[in-house]
Design a protein around this ligand. Structure first.
Ligand code: DGL
Length: 267
C-alpha cells in the first residue's frame, strides 16, 4: 500500500495550493487530484449538498486505490469531514484543524481573523477549534464569497480584486487582528493582493503547510510513506479539463501533462 497515491480534492482549483505544499514537503508521494469544477462554488451550498458531493468524490478517489485522502477544501472539511471519516477506513485529513493550530501559534495579541466561504463561517468551526486551542483568542470571521469565483477566473491581481479585498478586510483591520487565516484553499492564490490591503505586519496563515506536515506524520506513523522517488500525478475535474490544466501549470512545481474529465454524478 505504501506505493499507492494520496487522494486530494477540492471544489475547484483551490486545492492545488495544498497539493503544492504536499509536493514540497513529501515529494516522494504521488497524488490523484479531483477538482469539482462543474459544481464550484461549494461555499454557498447547504450542508447536505456538500456532504453528498464530497462522498461522491471520495468514492471516485477510492476507485484510484488511494491510501489516504486530503480534503483540500475548508468548506468540505468543515461540513463533511466527520461523515466521510465514518465511510472510509483509510486516513482522511481536513485542512481546518491544521489551519487553526497554525493561527493559534502565530497570533501575539490573541485576535484572529478568519476569512472563508459562507458555509465555513456559518459552521463556526474555526472559532471552536481556536477557542479549544486557546480560550483567550478572540475570533472575527468574515465570509468572502466573491473571492472563490475571482480565483477560478484567474483574476488574482486585478484592480477589482483589490477593491473587493479592501471591502471584505477593512472590518478585520478595524478589530485589530494580527493574524488572518486564509480559511479557503482558493485564498492563498490571492496572497499578494491581500498583502497589499492588510500591510506587511499581518500574519497571513495558509493552512496548507500545516496540513502537509500532518499528512507526512500520519503516513510515517502508519508506515504508509512512499519510499520510491519516481512520480506520477493524476488530475481529474468534473468540467473544463483544459482550462484547469493551464491553471495548474501556473501553480504547481511539476508539469501537468494531462487532466481528464470525470462524470462525478455517476459515483
Ligand atoms: N476552496 C474551498 C474552500 O476551501 C471552497 C470554495 C468554494 O467552492 O466555495 O472552502
Amino acid at each position: 500500500m505504501r506505493d499507492f497515491p494520496i487522494g486530494v480534492f477540492d471544489s475547484g482549483v483551490g486545492g492545488l495550493t495544498v497539493v503544492r505544499e504536499i509536493m514540497r514537503q513529501i515529494p516522494n508521494e504521488n497524488i490523484v487530484y479531483f477538482g469539482d469544477t462543474a459544481r464550484v462554488p461549494y461555499g454557498s451550498k447547504s450542508k447536505d449538498t456538500i456532504i453528498k458531493f464530497s462522498k461522491q468524490i471520495v468514492d471516485f478517489l477510492l476507485t484510484k486505490k488511494v491510501k489516504a485522502i486530503v480534503v483540500a477544501c475548508n468548506t468540505a472539511s468543515a461540513l463533511a469531514l466527520e461523515d466521510l471519516k465514518r465511510e472510509v477506513d483509510i486516513p482522511i485529513i481536513g485542512v481546518v484543524m491544521p489551519g487553526a493550530i497554525a493561527a493559534a501559534e502565530a497570533t501575539r495579541n490573541e485576535k484572529v481573523g478568519v476569512i472563508a466561504t459562507e458555509a465555513t463561517v456559518n459552521s463556526n468551526i474555526y472559532t471552536h477549534y481556536l477557542r479549544d486551542l486557546n480560550p483567550n483568542i478572540q475570533v472575527y470571521s468574515k465570509a468572502c464569497p466573491l473571492f472563490c469565483p475571482l480565483v477560478e477566473e484567474n483574476w488574482l491581481y486585478d484592480p477589482i480584486t483589490i477593491e473587493i479585498a479592501d471591502r471584505y478586510l477593512s472590518e478585520l483591520i478595524e478589530y485589530e487582528v494580527d493574524t488572518i487565516v486564509l480559511g479557503c484553499t482558493h485564498y492563498p492564490l490571492l496572497r499578494h493582493t491581500l498583502r497589499k490591503v492588510v500591510g506587511e505586519k499581518m500574519n497571513l496563515v495558509n493552512p496548507a503547510y500545516e496540513t502537509a506536515i500532518t499528512l507526512k506524520n500520519v503516513l510515517k506513523e502508519k508506515q504508509l510513506d512512499r519510499l520510491s522517488k519516481t512520480n506520477e500525478h493524476l488530475f481529474y475535474v468534473s468540467d473544463g479539463a483544459e482550462k484547469f490544466k493551464a491553471f495548474a501549470n501556473t501553480i504547481l512545481p511539476c508539469e501537468v501533462m494531462e487532466t481528464n474529465d470525470v462524470n462525478i454524478e455517476q459515483y
